[in-house]
Design a protein. Structure first.
Length: 94
């Protein structure tokens, strides 16, 4: 596993620690899995897809989103920008 190709911004690191509450050691591993194994916009349907599109539209920049472990992970290429918890009603077939 090449977790060294994943870059985590300072903001994302802070949000990860705040929102995930797991040790920093596992941060790179989880971010790598979110990037490689998380659901992309094309793999979502219904409410999830609409939620993803709204996030992308509101960002105003070129981003990719992934759904993984109950969070929306926002990347710019291989750089993690931030992560948001998914509202309860949007967690369908995670």
């Amino acid at each position: 596993m090449e977790t060294n190709r994943v870059i985590i911004t300072k903001h994302a690191s802070k949000r990860f620690k705040q929102r995930r509450g797991i040790p920093k050691k596992s941060m790179y591993k989880e971010v790598f899995y979110a990037l490689t194994e998380g659901k992309s916009l094309d793999q979502t349907k219904g409410k999830q897809k609409k939620y993803f599109k709204n996030i992308i539209k509101s960002s105003g920049q070129e981003i990719s989103t992934r759904l993984f472990n109950g969070f929306v992970w926002i990347f710019n290429n291989n750089i993690l920008i931030t992560l948001y918890p998914i509202p309860g009603s949007k967690i369908i077939n995670n």
